[in-house]
Write a protein that binds this ligand. Structure first.
Ligand SMILES: Nc1ncnc2c1ncn2[C@@H]1O[C@H](COP(=O)(O)OP(=O)(O)OP(=O)(O)O)[C@@H](O)[C@H]1O
Length: 288
């Protein structure tokens, strides 16, 4: 975290703020089996989180969202069918959608339009991706707690199919324009996470899974046979799981747990930072 007490906003305006992060910094998510910190770069990447109920998926999701909330170069969009898993971050978010498939579809459609416009803009500028000091395009973190609620449970079949197809498009094309998707599911099955979707996630975390095959659905086919299965993780060890990056091998990770009070404190601080920056921006626009 930056030690400075005066931070520069994305508009290059200095305002008195507390320490902030950047979404271009790697995100601290926990420790490995040797007790070393595990940090994952999230920009230009997506993360899939799977595991049985109580495995610690929301804990990992919250660790990533906390980093993004403290990053003033990142805007938040949150989808949470249960509302309470990501609800503490709603005051930091541009969009917070609870158990509403219509709301989720509306948000994904808006993001798809924005994604297309960003690509058109990059093309005009002869560029291939957003960069850290981009003044015109903030990164976006799209966090989803329980993909299956929107893709397999709520609403009618055509809407669920539209959700699945919009989500796939965002995961497939969003990275270069700064859209990061972090999605969790307690149903790691091939209907919720087909291989073609799973393989679009650079980072995949399997918390405890009830079978080798559900562990493989998150990590990739064949890992269980090679001895890497989240089925062996003890149910009394929530937050432990196997993390794999594209092209790498799984590693055992214990996720850094932010309890409710800590999440509320970070969310409150992040919301104040964001309000301060937004107020400053409004003042500048009014003065212009
Ligand atoms: N990293 C961790 N360290 C210690 N305890 C943890 C950790 N992660 C989770 N827990 C404990 O496990 C409980 C369940 O975690 P969490 O809500 O993240 O699971 P989940 O997989 O999201 O469950 P669900 O699918 O039901 O939403 C937490 O309330 C907490 O008590």
């Amino acid at each position: 975290m930056s030690p400075v007490l005066v931070a520069t906003t994305p508009d290059d305006e200095s305002v008195p703020l507390g320490p902030v992060l950047s979404i271009f910094d790697p995100v601290h998510i926990g420790i490995d089996e040797f007790g070393h910190p595990v940090q994952v770069p999230m920009i230009y990447r997506n993360m899939l989180i799977g595991g049985e109920p109580g495995a610690g998926k929301s804990a990992l999701l919250n660790a990533v969202v906390a980093h993004a909330a403290l990053s003033l170069d990142c805007r938040l969009c949150l989808l949470d069918g249960k509302q309470v898993e990501l609800g503490q971050w709603r005051h930091c978010a541009d969009a917070f959608v609870g158990p509403s498939l219509d709301g989720a579809l509306g948000l994904l459609r808006r993001l798809a339009v924005m994604m297309d416009r960003r690509y058109a803009y990059l093309l005009d500028c002869e560029r291939r991706k957003v960069v850290a000091d981009d003044k015109s395009m903030s990164a976006y973190l799209m966090a989803i707690d329980e993909i299956a609620y929107f893709s397999a449970t709520a609403g009618k079949k055509p809407e669920r199919e539209e959700f699945a197809s919009l989500l796939r498009d965002l995961v497939a094309r969003g990275r270069a324009v700064g859209i990061i998707v972090v999605a969790a599911t307690q149903r790691p099955s091939s209907d919720i996470i087909p291989t073609s979707l799973r393989d679009l996630f650079a980072w995949r975390f399997a918390g405890r899974c009830t079978t080798d095959s559900s562990s493989d659905i998150v990590l990739g086919h064949g890992w269980a046979q090679q001895g890497w299965t989240a089925n062996t993780i003890s149910p009394t060890n929530p937050g432990a799981g196997l993390l794999i990056a594209e092209g790498g091998s799984p590693q055992l990770v214990k996720v850094a747990y932010l309890d409710d009070g800590t999440c509320a404190a970070i969310a409150g601080y992040a919301a104040t930072l964001r309000d301060t920056v937004a107020a400053k921006r409004r003042r500048l626009q009014a003065a212009a």
